[in-house]
Design a protein around this ligand. Sequence first.
Ligand SMILES: NC(=O)c1ccc[n+]([C@@H]2O[C@H](COP(=O)([O-])OP(=O)(O)OC[C@H]3O[C@@H](n4cnc5c(N)ncnc54)[C@H](O)[C@@H]3O)[C@@H](O)[C@H]2O)c1
Ligand SMILES: N[C@H](CO)Cc1c[nH]c[nH+]1
Ligand SMILES: [Zn+2]
Length: 428
Amino acid sequence: MTLLNKLAFTADIAEKFQGRKASVSKEVSDSVEKIIADIRENGDAALFNYAEKFDDAKLTSSTLTVTPEEFDEGLAQVDADYLRILERTKAQIEEYHAHQLETSWILPKESGEILGSIVRPLQRVALYVPGGTAAYPSTVMMNAVPAKLAGVPELVIITPVKSDGKVNPVILAAAKVAGVDTIYKVGGAQGVAAVAYGTQSIKKVDKIVGPGNIFVATAKKLCYGAVDIDMIAGPSEVLVIADEAANPKYVAADLMAQAEHDKLASAILVTTSDALVDKVNAELDRQVVTLERREIIESSISNYGAAIVVDTLEEAFDVSNDLAPEHLEILTDEPLAKLPFVKNAGSIFLGEYTPEPLGDYMSGTNHVLPTGGTAKFYSALGVYDFVKHSAYSYYPKSVLETFKDDVQTFAKSEGLTGHANSIKVRFE
Ligand SMILES: NC(=O)c1ccc[n+]([C@@H]2O[C@H](COP(=O)([O-])OP(=O)(O)OC[C@H]3O[C@@H](n4cnc5c(N)ncnc54)[C@H](O)[C@@H]3O)[C@@H](O)[C@H]2O)c1
Ligand SMILES: N[C@H](CO)Cc1c[nH]c[nH+]1
Ligand SMILES: [Zn+2]
């Protein structure tokens, strides 16, 4: 079977790959709006009703939060080597993200005025951890470690539980290693609304981060404004730029690694070698039968995969910059030297021994990345998402005096005589 179709790069192709989103039906947005309104009006009572309705979970204010005993019970179910891997992951993420720490700065001027900017962490942040079909402890680490580095003092997790009332042990282990002690056993739109507006048992947060299904993503969008949110990360994608010397076995494996996330995932090869495409297709056929998520992989690659053959590597980078992929792998001669050609990509993986899944888990870079072409203007999740900046200024009278006429004239040009007056009264 030829999984990867050869396509010429056209505007239609770009639109197809950038528009892969699970669309929000009116039914979903109406139902999420109703859930949010109910939580705002009825707090805990509504929250527990929805937990029972959607997840069959019977919660009360005394069973809402994971207890220290439940943490211990969960941790006892993961082996020591898994905890070591989580600790190693944390160290890797910390080392990389430490470079993103911003410092407050001050600009004292000789004339006497002082200006500056203070960087402060957000006070209270909620991290949504999906509790449905798959558990992603790596995503817990990618969100929590930068938040902790930024200095967020109150970081809580919300995650839905089923009728057994238990949180997945690997999530408990990741939370513990990342230093998150408070986990509320609620999720879905109701969990998002609860942290966005607060209930009797849950304190309102300043920001909600983390991935979730369409109900969660819609609730985050609708609560934006009452709280801040991170980006809405869509289906995963990878674009591989490869020359004729690239190893087809690695190219195929890396395309499938992202394709296995979702039937809407996209895996694109852009290459200067027509022969490589055939070899990659042969490798896809050979390797896909060994993978558990074969059906998802075959669906996503045949629908949203493509091989685009170009004449030059310059052209390959033009295609990639146009698509602005979430992940870009460069499997060419001298990959580091190609970095300056990349204008738009969420995260860039250079050379045949830096496969994208290394970044999903342990290279240290963040795996929460812009998708659907939004790498043209969004960045990877980082420490900067968990801080805010306050500007400050101090002017002595002697310096204000040198500005008094200009500011009054400026204010009057906007018809704001109250502003002008605020300056004028100081020199009467
Ligand atoms: N981009 C990333 O880094 C990343 C990482 C992990 C997961 N994800 C994505 O997160 C998502 C996880 O989804 P999930 O469903 O497994 O877990 P989830 O926790 O996001 O959603 C489960 C919740 O959805 C709510 N729900 C279900 N049916 C509903 C209905 N009919 N009406 C209202 N609410 C309803 C329930 O409250 C339930 O608790 C997937 O789409 C996955 O691809 C992305
Ligand atoms: N590649 C995903 C983001 O597109 C993140 C992830 C989590 N676990 C494995 N992969
Ligand atoms: Zn992945």
